[in-house]
Design a protein around this ligand. Structure first.
Ligand code: 6R9
Length: 673
């Protein structure tokens, strides 16, 4: 069948689609030219038919795409074997492949000198280009080095590095030898890193001597030293040199570049089963403990590749500029795996949007000739405040598509991105997805080039994605112009398979709330036209500058302070960050603390135990009690309304144990700092 499909692509005359009622703009789309894999789909003559086909024949759709887009060592015999209600997800069963071969070797065969990575170092104007040939070489040396140091198939390697080619080579080296990687954002504290190393049962860590971001040096190796003190399983730490400053090395440490030079440039790739683990990535949930989402080989790679190709309309020769850090899922899917699987050229951005000045992004777009730019609303909102001149200074004529990810993009930011950054020429794709979904699930494209895009809306499901809204009783909302809990009605290859070491939690979080559906934790509105707009989290997860953080995680830290009896953390609407952190703290009876000193102490604790971005913007300290239900649950809904000064919205307080608690908060009792 695969052979037949392939022949179709190359030998048959392209099918010109008919202009249907849905395509009144008179677009003549050629489905096979648009998507070669679609050439064999019966009766699919235009793009909307392709979308429908992908949803109602998701198996045939993904089988064709998987056969043609990936290189297999052994073909799969079963396209999917999934039971959403039990959280059992398997794709491309029986198949074997190697992800690093798909991202490197096959492109080295066809175009070895093509640039794979452009490392946009923190020091602007000093970018480094890495070809496919040299990235493969780096990956192989590193794969051999890891193997020589005993890293085996199935082991987990923690990567604590800034966004740089060696970090990408580390990810791919793990994939090459069949180890799973666990990238931890280099902004996380030693304790947060240690918790993730322990939970992942990782025996190996890869890091750099120091990081450099926004002109500031961070002591990453020292952070690792502190972290591994509480991780007895860690046997070895590989240390690469990002700066020239030497760091103290212990018996456990390995000088990475030096040792890599001794290794062979050929490294036998492991034949991995489709459902072997590719990586873990920790993210916040509504309880205190971050969860290690597990992604597997074939389905994840395929989904990242296809979404990268079609959402952004990425074509051969384009330069793709995703400015996310590799410590987040966006960096995994759209700085590394998607672009490399497609043989693309991808930018690794190490800096910040305002270093050395607020023109950084656009100067980079000009210098690197970026065609697709993918960033976060929080940065767009920040840059908007600095004014249009910083954008106008630079030539942005190479830009074709602008993407947004991580949080809702407000209309003002969307308009500015579209009008000023894109000169009104480039489609803006607001892409909704999650660590759990592996890749983009809702976004305005792919669709016909002149299909409407509504500001601030993710709008349309990607191929095979079937969004469903549920009401509060758990019933499917079938009409339009409704809001509900956003679920996805059928499995797709990119979805996470489990939570590392806690499948039960996976089932309870994603599968149990709406049996038979994947529950996203987000709310959404479906417009009259049937377009989706994400309205925000339905659980106790807040989104600070695109970083997900559980309110319970912050509360856990605050409660560890000897002076604190209990605390409640909520998110509130923040101009730049999207959401800010607001903490209510109740002190123990007998403590004597000064407001500002206590706040300082609490902030230090949060930054030490989690990361700086999780620090509260406001802490309201008082000695009274928090509003609770009679069963003892903190009423965060009430606290949110008070902070928003929406006192009418506070609603029914009759279920509160002690309604005077709310009055005291409204009257602003306590110290605010
Ligand atoms: C990719 C990523 C996921 C959460 C998600 C949602 C929010 C992401 C969004 C968006 C509105 C968008 N989110 N994209 N909200 N519009 N385009 O960000 O993954 O870090 O796991 O966060 O972010 O609330 O549930 P992750």
């Amino acid at each position: 069948a695969a052979e037949a499909l392939r022949m179709n692509v190359t030998s048959d005359l392209p099918v010109i689609c008919q202009v249907t009622a849905k395509h009144t703009a008179g677009i003549k789309c050629n489905v096979a030219a648009f998507m070669p894999e679609a050439a064999g789909f019966d009766g699919v003559s235009d793009r909307s038919a392709l979308q429908e086909f992908s949803v109602s024949n998701s198996e045939s759709f993904w089988a064709a795409v998987a056969r043609q887009r990936l290189s297999w060592i052994r073909p799969f015999h079963t396209v999917q074997d999934c039971d959403l209600s039990r959280g059992e997800i398997k794709w491309f069963v029986g198949g074997q492949l190697n992800v690093s071969v798909n991202c490197l070797d096959r492109h080295v065969h066809t175009c070895p000198e093509r640039v794979a990575l452009i490392w946009e170092r923190d020091e602007s104007g000093s970018e480094v280009k890495v070809t496919y040939r040299s990235l493969l070489e780096m990956t192989c040396r590193l794969g051999n080095l890891l193997r020589r140091h005993g890293v085996k198939r199935g082991d987990c390697v923690t990567i604590y590095m800034p966004t740089c080619p060696l970090a990408v080579a580390s990810m791919l080296a793990c994939a090459r030898i069949g180890a799973a990687h666990n990238v931890v954002f280099a902004g996380f504290s030693a304790e947060a890193l240690a918790e993730r190393i322990r939970d992942a049962q990782s025996g190996t860590v890869i890091t750099v001597n120091q990081g450099v971001r926004g002109g500031k040096v961070t002591e990453l190796k020292k952070t690792v030293d502190t972290a591994v003190q509480s991780c007895p399983a860690v046997q070895q730490v590989f240390v690469a040199m990002r700066t020239e400053n030497p760091v103290a090395m212990t018996a456990r440490d390995v000088a990475m570049e030096e040792e890599m030079l001794k290794e062979d440039v050929v490294c036998e790739p492991a034949a991995m089963d489709s459902e072997d683990v590719l990586f873990l990535l920790y993210t916040s949930g509504s309880t205190g403990k971050p969860k290690g989402l597990v992604h597997t080989q074939a389905g994840y790679l395929l989904y990242a590749a296809l979404t990268h190709r079609y959402v952004f309309s990425y074509h051969d020769g384009d330069v793709f500029g995703c400015v996310a850090d590799i410590g987040w899922i966006t960096g995994h899917s759209y700085s590394v795996y998607g672009p490399l699987a497609n043989g693309g050229t991808t930018v690794l951005f190490e800096s910040t949007p305002i270093y050395p000045d607020p023109g950084r992004y656009w100067e980079m777009v000009q210098r690197l000739k970026i065609n697709q730019f993918y960033g976060a609303p929080t940065a767009i909102r920040l840059l908007l405040k600095y004014g249009d001149e910083w954008v106008h200074k630079y030539d942005r004529s190479t830009l074709k598509t602008l993407g947004s990810v991580g949080e809702p993009i407000n209309t003002e930011a969307w308009e500015w991105y579209h009008r000023v950054v894109g000169d009104g020429r480039c489609p803006v794709v607001d892409t909704w997805w999650q660590t759990e979904t592996g890749g983009i699930c809702i976004s305005p494209r792919p669709s016909d080039a002149d299909a409407e895009i509504v500001p601030g809306m993710a709008m349309r499901p990607f191929f095979s994605i079937k969004p469903t809204l549920m009401d509060t009783e758990g019933k499917v909302l079938t009409s339009n112009d409704v809001s509900g809990a956003l679920c996805i009605a059928q499995p797709w290859p990119g979805m996470a398979r489990t939570i590392h070491n806690n499948h039960q939690r996976f089932i309870e979080t994603y599968c149990r709330p709406h049996p038979g559906y994947f529950f996203t934790g987000d709310g959404a509105y479906r417009s009259k036209e049937g377009y989706y707009q994400i309205t925000g989290r339905l659980d106790d997860v807040i989104n600070v500058s695109g970083h997900r953080i559980g309110t319970a995680e912050i509360e856990d830290v605050l409660n560890q302070c000897a002076a604190v009896a209990e605390s409640a953390v909520i998110g509130y609407s923040h101009d730049l960050k999207g959401q800010g952190v607001y903490a209510f703290v109740v002190l123990k009876n007998d403590v004597e603390v000064q407001g500002a000193a206590l706040c300082q102490q609490l902030n230090n604790m949060v930054s030490k135990k989690i990361a700086k971005y999780a620090c509260p913007d406001f802490i309201q300290v008082f000695v009274q009690r928090l509003p609770k239900t009679r069963s003892g649950k903190i009423m965060r809904r009430v606290l949110r309304k008070v902070v928003e000064r929406d006192l009418d919205g506070v609603g029914d307080l009759s279920t509160l144990d002690d309604p005077t608690a709310v009055q005291e908060i409204i009257q602003g009792h306590g110290d605010l700092c």
